[in-house]
Design a binder for this molecule. Structure first.
Ligand code: AGP
Length: 644
């Protein structure tokens, strides 16, 4: 078990099951469900703050201004970061007298802009079924088409709303909420945590999940559910992890769990050893280590429904016609910092797979260089935040010069998405730590999916070659999971380097961008001078800096340039440097050359970057922590850089 692990035991609660997006809360049996839900949302807000919403279930006839036929009261707000305070104005107003049940949601948008109309809870056509959701419903388009053909009216752009309508059909036919969910859930593909309320059963909530976690709990008078434990800890320690595919019916003081066949299941009790603040970090010491651990999940979500092991890619969301994309003749990537490094990795795939000329430019330089944009140029801006002012202006300049533009970002509806012709979203969930970790690896993987998409449109590779590469891409989240599991081991290694002053990071080919990213992480977190360099370039000058005090980290995974890289390692060793090798497990040759080894399970070099960068994140993390630095808020830096 890694050191920073969650001190809760119980089924389904492991780092691999962390789900970064959206907060869910629900209660039944409360005298003031709105207060309860709003307090819970405030604790969950770190999971997403694009919008928030609540539904209270009134006993028919007891409330004013109800939606639909009258028993669900819904309020939503989509003022980024301010939605929960906006909902506070309804608290204490007794607008829904008699309501004892409520659900709430704080959203991190994935499907549909962060508008009020897309904010959860979503309702069915009759306004009698409400749903909140965390995750991605992969087959939502297919389900929506079926529902519309059957006469349903869908009002939002979300993947979630289909669930309310599927359940509506069953409830209208006489099913209880539990039976309705049981019947519908097998139609839904993807990852989800769902909580539903129905006007017909004012003291019942139904919750179910697939991959993304849900915790249920009770007191003698309450039934409780939340997407994570932090929202429930102040109310009860009687908490249970809902298992994959299980369905919980909550009533005041009572939890009943069944599987999809309706067979009663005994839920697993969680043993909880910590308080609310730690719970927001899910027990991790800081957001950075939490976000490092979230990477397998973030990568899985990022490629969900977009690439399949047979080589098919689906990127309709991009919003650019395939014919236009197939016709591009050149790609210019613009970005800053870690996003720039992701761009360098993306270039390798764009050139090798899509066979397109690709350059990667520092955004703050591009704009002022009078760049040449020929017809057929695609300018691809990469920005985690979508708000970095250097990248934004470079994007605007490229557009002014006639480029087709795409932004690859993690933040729905951010500034750049409104500027670009097309958008690709990573689905890493909110990244709180200033140092980019999960967003960086998600960018890399999405760029590789995009490169394969271009390759298939341009027919630059055979179908077999595309399928082979797609299988490698699809396997990356699991490989990343393998390295994340070695977090403690890498951190321990980092502690041996706690007091270094000067570090070179060397790589060749695909390893070069990894070296740059490793150096940036060490600089920004540990405040150590660190330089990322192409290994072959050392002999053209920088090698004069190498002596017995130098520390050289080499990205030395097995690959086509291994022999050349090892020759460069010999060169720095001969001058007395301490060599830290990031290499494949069981590579005695590299291990024999190194003083310190960071082992990674072998990953094909074409897709290895996202895997290799993880130990270097942990290396920087470990050195920074050993020096007593605040890893979530390193000095002089901001998460979003809105100045030139
Ligand atoms: C990464 O760890 C840094 N904090 C920084 O380099 C960052 O990648 C850069 O500022 C770009 O930000 P963006 O991706 O939001 O545009």
């Amino acid at each position: 078990m890694p050191r920073a692990q969650v001190p809760v035991t119980g089924r389904s609660w492991a780092p691999g099951s962390l789900w970064p997006m959206c907060g869910i809360i629900g209660v039944t049996g409360s005298d003031d469900p709105l207060r309860f839900v709003l307090d819970g949302l405030a604790l969950l807000e770190y999971r997403g703050y694009d919008s928030a919403g609540v539904v209270l279930v009134a006993t028919a006839g007891e409330a004013e201004g109800l939606s639909g036929t009258g028993a669900l009261w819904r309020r939503r707000s989509a003022v980024r970061g301010e939605s929960i305070p906006a909902l506070e104005r309804f608290a204490g107003t007794d607008l829904v007298p008699g309501a004892r049940t409520g659900i709430g949601h704080t959203r991190w948008a994935t499907h549909g802009a962060p508008t009020e109309g897309n904010a959860h809870p979503h309702l069915d056509c009759t306004g009698r079924v409400a749903v909140v959701h965390n995750g991605i419903i992969e087959n939502h388009r297919h389900l929506a088409a079926k529902l519309v053909a059957a006469g349903h009216v869908l009002r939002s752009e979300t993947d979630t709303e289909v669930v309310a309508h599927l359940v509506e059909a069953e409830v209208t036919a006489g099913a209880s909420l539990l039976e309705a969910v049981q019947r519908c859930v097998s139609e839904i593909r993807g990852d989800f945590g769902l909580v539903l309320a129905s006007a017909d059963e004012p003291e019942v909530l139904v919750a179910t999940r697939q991959t993304s976690p849900l915790i249920v709990g009770r007191t003698s008078s309450l039934g409780l559910v939340a997407s994570d434990i932090s929202a429930l800890l102040e109310t009860t320690r009687e908490l249970y992890a809902l298992g994959d595919g299980e369905i919980a019916e909550l009533r005041p003081g009572v939890i009943r769990v069944v599987d999809r066949a309706g067979t009663r299941v005994e839920p697993t009790r969680l043993r909880v050893g910590w308080g609310v603040r730690a719970a927001q970090r899910e027990g991790f010491e800081d957001f950075m280590s939490k976000e490092i651990h979230e990477q397998p999940r973030a990568l899985t979500d990022t490629i969900l429904g977009r690439i399949h092991a047979d080589g098919t890619t689906e990127l309709e969301e991009l919003g650019i016609k395939e014919i236009e994309l197939a016709a591009i003749s050149r790609v210019i990537v613009i970005a800053c910092g870690s996003s720039y490094h992701a761009g360098l990795t993306g270039r390798v795939a764009i050139e090798a797979w899509a066979k397109l000329a690709c350059t990667v430019e520092i955004a703050s330089e591009f704009r002022y260089r009078n760049p040449i944009i020929e017809p057929g140029t695609l300018v691809l801006a990469i920005s985690q935040s979508g708000e970095t002012v250097d990248t934004f202006h470079a994007l605007r300049e490229a557009k002014r010069r006639g480029a087709l533009t795409v932004v690859l970002t993690n933040v729905v509806d951010s500034l750049m998405t409104r500027e670009a012709d097309g958008v690709l979203y990573t689905r890493a969930g909110p990244e709180i730590g200033v140092a980019s970790t999960k967003c960086h690896t998600a960018q890399i993987l999405l760029l590789q999916v995009f490169a394969l998409h271009l390759a298939s449109l341009r027919r630059s590779l055979s179908t077999d070659e595309i399928a082979e590469l797609a299988a490698l891409v699809v396997a990356v989240p699991a490989r990343v999971g393998d390295v994340v599991a070695r977090f403690d081991e890498y951190r321990h290694t980092a502690e041996q380097l706690a007091f270094v002053d000067d570090v070179f990071f060397l790589g060749r080919g695909g390893g070069y961008a990894v070296a740059l990213e490793g150096a940036l992480k060490l600089k920004e977190l540990a405040y150590v001078r660190a330089e990322g360099y192409p290994a072959g370039e050392m002999k053209h000058g920088p090698i004069s800096l190498i002596d017995r005090d130098a520390v050289v980290v080499v990205v030395a995974n097995r690959g086509s340039l291994s022999a050349k890289l090892l020759a460069n390692v010999e060169e720095v060793r001969a001058r007395g440097a301490t060599v830290v090798a990031l290499c494949d497990t069981d590579d005695p040759e590299v291990a024999g050359l190194a003083d310190i080894v960071l082992e990674v399970p072998h990953t094909d070099e074409t897709v290895a970057a996202a895997v290799l960068v993880v130990p270097l994140q942990v290396l920087a993390y470990g050195v920074a922590r050993a020096r007593g630095n605040d890893v979530d808020r390193p000095r002089n830096l901001a998460k979003v850089v809105t100045v030139e």
